[in-house]
Design a protein around this ligand. Structure first.
Ligand SMILES: Nc1ncnc2c1ncn2[C@@H]1O[C@H](COP(=O)(O)OP(=O)(O)OP(=O)(O)O)[C@@H](O)[C@H]1O
Length: 657
């Protein structure tokens, strides 16, 4: 049996609707939870976690940036930071409600833990059989809300659970008893790209009580492959999935969403010194999944989102490195709202730093999410489609308005660039002044030369040198301002060129957007026309059905009437009534072939006329006996005129009146 991890729409539509991209970007939320460390004072010398501004300050002598004291530091920003004093309740208060609301609105959600071994991943997510982690509490709250909505909003729901673990690059069904567990095959459907796990056994649950035993089988570490003892680190990744389907008949709405809770094993490497019972090959396989996860996150962080999430093309080799990354594909860059809980003990600098860096990278990834809502029937589907198109249209229009405003601003800038001409005139003026001054300087120099030749030590010489000095200063200043103006001019020219190219790009984008809008408007128009045609056809069919029903009723009435008349008739004379039939109704039913009548719901295209309905001669004889029992000429077929007409007897369509 195959199980699709992403639930699909159940009702197939005969008319395929055009596809539109309804996805919206949504970044991965990262939460940090530090573990309380017994006996270790939190001196905050290396890491300082602040739950007020959700940051972790990292101080070291080899850090990437330096402050004035020579100390180096860097800051990691997360969506939420819980310090070591935070309780399970604090973490769950933050996570549970938004996640449940998202699931109920039709969004797929994932909660994932990441951190070194023994840092509290399972404690936070799965909890233990004695106390609650996120898993049991979120399931409980989800069921209570679903039951509440069933009562208040009439939402029918069905929930399905499956749980599996990934151990040494193999996937095992956690809901199958340990001795019977066999590796399962993962593959992606070639058409939808949904992940499928061959032979996994999902279980349908109606209440939280039903779910409890499955939760316990996940919470029990002894129920896992590679479990080596209570004090040992986990060796497998656990994936717990709830698939929720909600149907609202009142509004003809179907919502399919899922919640994945994924508890990874430690992010630190398994090595021979500690895991001395395992072979090198086994250690390699154990380490493969976390390595692959780190690589995937790194490559997704650097790639642009659109390149990553483009339908089939998105199934890049990045995800194929390990079974874990295959399973996480939709949670990293796909249609899931993902929250990552980082856990670490701040006293261990290398593991904490690597965890923080992982958190920083994964936080850069943008998923593309959509609410998985569809209509229960074609009309509702079309309505939802038109609604979506309208929203998209509005978005395009506001985008166009923004672009238009930007173009106007740029145009304003262009008119400002008129000052460029002013600058050019100024530039020419200063050039002219410059030449004038140069001429003056030359004449002064000539005069000075003359004077020097005539009277070398004359006082005039000093005065002239002063004037000359002043002129020189003026020239230098002018040259300086000239250079400045030239620079400013070239800057302005470059700016103008850049703005012009931007304007052109904006204009072409504008044209494209307008084309898209026109196309969508045409599509909406076509859909509305189809809708109207369908409605018209539906009405015609409804009228036809009503007419048929009326005809059938009246026929039944007349048939009954005939029956009553027959029973009221004195016992027929021997020989005049067929001994084989004796029942008028059965003759008419046999002969008249109501199912082929023009009023039948399954009426053939060529209606059968009244005159061709067959009835046995014996029944006619019976009818005759109800009247005056005057012998009538035998006619082949049922002559309803020969039947005593009662108010309920239908009139033949070709009888005219
Ligand atoms: N915040 C906490 N408060 C109290 N105890 C904690 C906390 N976090 C973890 N622990 C305890 O620390 C121990 C290790 O926690 P846990 O098993 O959850 O670690 P883990 O990260 O899941 O380890 P592994 O990688 O091996 O699966 C457990 O005994 C758990 O009860």
């Amino acid at each position: 049996m195959h199980w699709n991890l992403i639930s699909k729409e159940q009702t197939a539509s005969p008319v395929p609707l055009p596809t539109i991209d309804n996805t919206e970007p949504c970044h991965i939320d990262v939460l940090l939870r530090t573990i309380p460390e017994k006996g270790l004072p939190n001196d905050e010398s290396t890491f300082k976690a602040s739950s007020s501004d959700n940051t972790v300050l990292f101080r070291t002598s080899n850090g990437p940036s330096q402050n004035t004291t020579g100390d180096t530091h860097s800051t990691f920003q997360f969506d939420k930071v819980f310090d070591a004093n935070a309780t399970q309740k604090d973490v769950q208060d933050f996570l549970l409600d938004p996640t449940i609301n998202d699931v109920l609105r039709g969004y797929n959600n994932t909660i994932l833990t990441y951190g070194p071994s023994f840092s509290g991943k399972s404690y936070s997510l799965i909890g233990s059989q004695d106390g609650g982690g996120i898993l049991p509490n979120i399931c409980k709250a989800l069921f209570s809300t679903l039951e509440d909505r069933e009562k208040t909003k009439g939402n029918n729901f069905s929930v399905c659970v499956l749980a599996f673990e990934i151990y040494m690059e193999k996937t095992y069904d956690l809901l199958v008893p340990l001795p019977e567990r066999k590796p399962l095959k993962l593959h992606r459907s070639s058409s939808t790209m949904d992940l499928e796990i061959k032979d996994i056994r999902p279980a349908h649950v109606n209440s939280f009580e039903d779910l409890k035993s499955y939760i316990q089988s996940v919470q029990n570490p002894g129920n896992r492959m590679g479990y080596s003892g209570k004090a040992e680190r986990s060796r497998s990744h656990v994936v717990f999935q709830l698939h929720v389907e909600q149907r609202n008949r009142r509004h003809d709405i179907l919502k399919n969403s899922s919640l994945y809770l994924i508890d990874l094993h430690g992010a630190d490497k398994f090595d021979k010194r500690i895991e001395n019972t395992l072979s090198q090959d086994a250690l390699k396989k154990l380490n493969q999944s976390i390595e692959a996860l780190k690589n995937t996150v790194q490559s997704l962080e650097t790639k642009s989102l659109d390149a990553v999430y483009s339908a089939k093309a998105s199934h890049s080799s990045t995800y194929r490195e390990s079974q874990l990354t295959e399973v996480l594909k939709d949670s990293l860059g796909g249609n899931r709202k993902t929250k990552v809980i980082l856990t670490c003990f701040l006293s261990n600098v290398p593991t904490t730093l690597s965890t923080l860096k992982f958190g920083d990278s994964i936080r850069q990834i943008n998923n593309r999410v959509m609410d998985n809502t569809s209509g229960l029937n074609l009309k509702k589907k079309m309505d939802l489609f038109v609604q979506d198109m309208k929203i998209k249209d509005d978005n395009y229009i506001s985008q166009i308005n923004i672009l238009k405003a930007e173009v106007d601003i740029l145009k304003g800038h262009n008119s400002e660039s008129d000052s460029k001409e002013d600058m050019a005139t100024k530039f020419d003026d200063s050039k002219k002044e410059n030449t004038k001054l140069k001429l003056q300087l030359d004449s002064i120099a000539q005069l000075l030369g003359k004077l020097t030749n005539e009277e070398p030590n004359n006082n005039i010489n000093d005065e002239v040198s002063v004037i000359l000095m002043k002129r020189c200063e003026q020239i230098a200043q002018l040259e300086l301002s000239f250079d400045r103006q030239v620079n400013a001019n070239s800057k302005l020219e470059k700016e103008l060129e850049y703005k012009k190219s931007k304007e052109e790009a904006l204009e072409s984008m504008n044209v494209k957007l307008l084309e898209q809008i026109q196309l969508q408007e045409r599509e909406i128009q076509e859909l509305l026309t189809t809708n109207a045609i369908l409605k018209g056809e539906l009405e015609t069919h409804t009228k036809l059905t009503e007419t048929c029903n009326e005809r059938i009723k009246s026929l039944e009435g007349s048939v009954k009437e005939l029956g009553i008349n027959k029973s009221a008739t004195p016992s027929p004379r021997k020989g005049s009534v067929s001994s084989s039939s004796g029942n008028t109704m059965s003759h008419i039913e046999e002969g008249s072939e109501l199912s082929n009548s023009p009023w039948s719901l399954n009426a053939p295209s060529k209606p059968v006329g009244w005159g061709v309905r067959k009835v046995s001669s014996s029944s006619i004889a019976t009818m005759g006996s109800q009247e005056s029992f005057t012998p009538r000429p035998f006619k082949k077929g049922l002559n309803l005129h020969s039947i005593k007409v009662t108010p309920n007897t239908p009139k033949s369509p070709d009888s005219g009146n």
